[in-house]
Design a protein around this ligand. Structure first.
Ligand SMILES: C[S@@+](CC[C@H](N)C(=O)[O-])C[C@H]1O[C@@H](n2cnc3c(N)ncnc32)[C@H](O)[C@@H]1O
Length: 212
């Protein structure tokens, strides 16, 4: 799952992960995080997710990070917005109407470039990464966001039956990644209709992750 894997997916429009509407677990549970009105929400590995529009419509400022410039260009074009483009640290920065998206590798995004955030929304980000990278990702996320509270969506399924992404990330791993710095509550679990690629039953969970 290197950079080229994702860049090629975007170039070939192989973006089955893109929902096209706001994620229903986000809509149902984001308020439970208790983010202050007008707060700044970080969406790592954001793609061109409609979830960012939903967050914006709730009055939050949105900041995302995404490897694919094409995804970010498509996001603003589809919203009918013309972003201001500049450079910040090692990331290219696109900004319009309260949405700031950084193009580049999330591991090159530092705290100064990101700026202060009140919360993280992770859907199809942690689970997009293979196991060795997930540990590095979670530690980096905690570091650059000063351990901001988080809404996390995970999948669980039999990894021997299907390969990722999305990868199966079960409760012990979520606790190992965030339990030292945060308290965790699984707010909802539901069956994924059709499972993973229509071939393997799967459950999807949403986690409320708040600082100790
Ligand atoms: C499964 S998609 C999910 C996108 C979005 N969160 C959504 O729900 O539609 C994962 C995204 O992460 C991006 N990505 C993968 N590795 C990355 C990295 N190291 N830094 C930034 N973005 C990355 C990919 O280009 C892809 O758009």
């Amino acid at each position: 799952m290197d950079r080229d894997f994702w860049l090629t997916r975007w170039q070939n429009n192989q973006i089955g992960f893109h929902e096209g509407v706001a994620n229903s677990l986000l809509v149902a549970h984001f308020a439970d995080l208790g983010v202050p009105p007008g707060g700044r929400v970080f969406v790592p590995l954001c793609g061109k997710s409609q979830d960012m529009c939903w967050l914006g419509a709730q009055g939050f400022k949105v900041v995302g990070a995404e490897l694919s410039r094409l995804a970010v260009e498509q996001f603003f074009a589809e919203q009918g917005l013309t972003p201001v483009v500049s450079w910040s640290g090692q990331m290219e920065r696109f900004e319009a109407e309260g949405v700031t998206l950084f193009v580049g590798d999330i591991f090159d995004l530092d705290q100064e470039t990101l700026g202060s955030v009140d919360a993280v929304y992770d859907r199809a980000a942690l689970v997009a990464l293979p196991a060795p990278l997930r540990e590095r990702y979670a530690a980096h996320l905690v570091a650059v966001t000063a351990a901001a509270r988080q809404l996390l969506v995970t999948f669980e399924y039999d990894q021997t039956r299907q390969s990722g992404p999305p990868f199966s990330v079960a409760e012990p791993e979520v606790r190992a990644l965030y339990g030292a710095t945060h308290r965790l509550e699984r707010a909802e679990t539901r069956e994924v209709p059709g499972g993973i690629r229509g071939a393997c039953p799967a459950r999807e969970s949403v986690w409320l992750i708040k600082r100790h």
